[in-house]
Design a protein around this ligand. Sequence first.
Ligand SMILES: [Zn+2]
Length: 269
Amino acid sequence: MSRLEHASEVAGLAAELGLGGAANPVDAIPRHCRTRIDRWVADAGGVTTIGELEAVVTQRLQMVFVEVRSDADFDRITNDYARGKKEFVFAAMRGKFDDAENPTFGALVKRKHVGEDAPDRFVAVIDCRGGKLARRFFTRWHEIAHRLTTHADQGATEPAYRSEHDPLERLMDEIPRHVGFYGPFFDLAFDAAHGGKTLLTFGTVEAVRTGGFPEASFQATLNACAKRIPTPLVYLEATLAYKKEERRRNQTPSLFGDTPPPGELRPSK
Ligand SMILES: [Zn+2]
């Protein structure tokens, strides 16, 4: 991974948020978000579940979620927001979400035709169709991260459909690890699940997920645990696959009609 802290977009965002003097903006920006959230939680008299935390945070941010569970939901969104509320940016969204080259998981819109203090001044559309459902929790917190940073009150109004490799998108993915896996819950769930073991196990990750973050995916929880554990950790995703020459051989129809052997376990690309 290239060094995110050296990206000019990240330095620019830090300056916009008044964190221009920070030595490492990749630490400073999530910490800034976390400090704001801690203050809201204290004002609310504390929270006991991650769902309550999300509710406190989104209320403060005047933000609501609209989830897409099937293709027909785009018609409903167009009807409600573009026709009904004259927010036309919603009508053109589906193409971005369906773009196979650069799939979009969520988009945040600052509404134009609504009062300054409306509770739904910002609308985050979250794609939960098919394989994207597993990232639902993470995508919601990714959009909260945008609202805390790139969509701060003076910031952008329309969703920016950046590539997932864009430095700002990668930074937005860092923030949920700090704020979605909220420290006070995460530390409790992690300590209970980990029980002082030296190395991270799949069992610990699953116990953290079921114990504290049932809506999060295994992978997102694994990433959060990897950040928390002090021992070095290598993350390798593997799948059954063929070598290049095996793939070529299997594409040639066999004279004997035999089925190709199953692939071998290889690192995923
Ligand atoms: Zn984003």
